[in-house]
Ligand binder design. Sequence first.
Ligand SMILES: *[C@@H]1O[C@H](CO)[C@@H](O)[C@H](O)[C@H]1NC(C)=O
Ligand SMILES: *[C@@H]1O[C@H](CO)[C@@H](O)[C@H](O)[C@H]1NC(C)=O
Ligand SMILES: *[C@@H]1O[C@H](CO)[C@@H](O)[C@H](O)[C@H]1NC(C)=O
Ligand SMILES: *[C@@H]1O[C@H](CO)[C@@H](O)[C@H](O)[C@H]1NC(C)=O
Length: 702
Amino acid sequence: MKLRQYLPFVWLLLSWRWSLLPLSYASDEEQGSTSIIFTTLGRPDYAFDIYSVPVNIPLTPNSELQLTDGHSVNFNGQFAPPTLLLPTDPPPPLQLVYVTERNNGLSTIFYDALYIQQQPQTSSRRSTLESQTITKRIQVPLLPNHSQNDNKVSMKDKPTLTGEYLIYVSTHENPGVPRVSWAAVYSTHLKSGNTRRLTPYGIADFSPAVSPSGEFTAVASYGESGWNGEVEDLTTDIYVFLTRDGTHRVKVVEHGGWPSWVDDRTIYFHRRGDDQWWSVYRAILPAGKGSISVDSVRVERVTPPGLHAFTPATSPGNHEFIAVATRRPGSTYRQIELFNLVKNEFTELTRFVSPNSHHLNPFLSPDSTRVGYHKCRGEPNSNESPQLFLENVKSPVPGLSIFRFTGSFSVFSPSGDRIAYVDMPGIYVVNSDGSNLRKVSDAMTFSTAWDPVRPGIIYTALGEGFSSESTRIDIISINVDQKSNNIKRLTLGGGNNAFPSVSPDGKWIVFRSARTGYKNLYVMDAAEGESNGLRRLTEGPWTDTMCNWSPDGEWIAFASDRHAPGNGSFELYLIHPNGTGLRKLIQSGSGGRTNHPYFSPDGKKIVFTSDFAGISAEPISNPHHYQPYGEIFTIGLDGSGLTRLTHNSYEDGTPAWAPKFLKPVSIDKPKGGPYCAFEDLQWLSNMPNGNGSVVSNAQCGL
Ligand SMILES: *[C@@H]1O[C@H](CO)[C@@H](O)[C@H](O)[C@H]1NC(C)=O
Ligand SMILES: *[C@@H]1O[C@H](CO)[C@@H](O)[C@H](O)[C@H]1NC(C)=O
Ligand SMILES: *[C@@H]1O[C@H](CO)[C@@H](O)[C@H](O)[C@H]1NC(C)=O
Ligand SMILES: *[C@@H]1O[C@H](CO)[C@@H](O)[C@H](O)[C@H]1NC(C)=O
């Protein structure tokens, strides 16, 4: 091989180093610059790294080799085939492609060539595989253009290297249709950077898998029927097309996801079967060059009922075993196991390594000797990867910095110096630089607002979110600068009062109340509460909620299902505080969700969370998210300029606009660390044989 052929990679390396320069030269208070904070359920605790274990020895905790470097969050790996990507001598024993969020919280795809050495043995009887360490790592970002300061902010997922091409999911193209996912499969020629879309426009594809020859790619897709709001059993179909150019696209399996090829005619995939167990199935495509259709494909169930088995992994030509993730009755952890296709037997792997961790999305090495997966790296690793208090997330909008915050319902004080937030149970106040974190109440509360006039006064709802109309929930104020006697009850106990927001003159609070049996909006005296004045703002047999008062006092924005009461669909509306001027600001398709509106400091825009961009990955490939479609958007008050800010497969919610510009730099959480305290999918706890703990899903109406 001539070195010349690899020059683009040298360029890649250089450009990557260049992009490591600090990104914070933005001047402090650029004209019109603002900031937004939001919450991502569970994400601050992920600390994912990719690990592998050998498949063929009795495993102990020492058998596990950490493959990624402990920076940020690394997941959805694949071992690259033995063809060399870099002209290295000697060739690396392992090549890994994976997704990493080290690019300012935004996913991108990296390649690591890994050199492994055996440690000197202390005991000659121990298996050699048990003492490997990584001695050298060559790391290359594979899509450097997207990692620099261009406007292509997007999610990247599920990479595969095939020859000189990288096949992956990206969300950088807006289909322009509400509730249609932006996820599509792309192919990038690594030497030229030429990128081709393989998914037809108007369609979303997830979980691409390339066949061993490279000729075919299989995906999970809704095809043209589109997404119906489902997040548990995605009911996608499996399509196959030519990797070269996306042509000859054909549906091969109805209802299936997460395809994986053994040979160019055999695909393993998962689905929830009629008996409600998630199981792995095999699809055998007909031989010969005749036309393929769902009817000509033979589908067989592979894993038996009695446990959930999903996200199958195969290796080329290996008809003996596959790897799967499982959830077994009686266990709350997701583990990786092998399934022997000849003996129809499971062999547990990761339970012997880390019994109390979730292990996700296995992948096999090309020679079938290793299985990889990702899990939380567990130990606080403070120097390398501190837990973040404010995680700067790359923004697609110049002059707007955006941050992922650790708690929910986070809101800034009027000066921007403090943040109040909820971390159930309890309400906290912290300085915007992460210092002086204090719990101001142990109470179970949700929703927060600062008083714009009286210093140190915040408002919240005392009680549990997602409660029925008749539940007693009261609006309270808390003086956060007073140590005791600092709580004042403002509502008088008439059913489920929540989501307070204060008028800019500090005189009034708008909130939602279900005192008549329906959640509608009311306005009361801010200082003394409803005893000193109460007025009904909206009225009807539906839910109006999540209200926010504009900084100029002219508008109240809120979420409502008045167009389809009780159907779980929420749209955003605006109304003047005097009850006139009601109008719809945005809806997400028919039946979609738009929630948690919050005004910009200049009152011209609203930030909110929505399912406007559908979902971006198969939810079963992630930890638990109630609403994995939640992404943060902004829109002008006249309904123009809809802008998507976040791109990921997580649940982003409760956004708030900051009164001043925050430098786009992450801030560490004092005494933070990766705690790994996230949950596996709650709906995977439902064991069809009645052995699981049944956990119900929360509703969107709060
Ligand atoms: C990266 O940018 C260069 C120069 O602007 C361009 O020629 C190339 O096609 C781009 N590559 C990708 C992957 O977009
Ligand atoms: C609410 O959902 C039900 C059941 O899906 C449907 O029949 C009804 O038309 C919906 N109502 C509205 C107003 O969309
Ligand atoms: C209601 O408030 C709006 C906005 O402040 C104002 O333009 C309008 O004249 C008011 N209407 C009434 C009837 O007071
Ligand atoms: C629970 O699981 C055990 C063993 O897996 C089985 O014997 C038992 O019948 C199951 N219980 C129910 C209610 O199905």
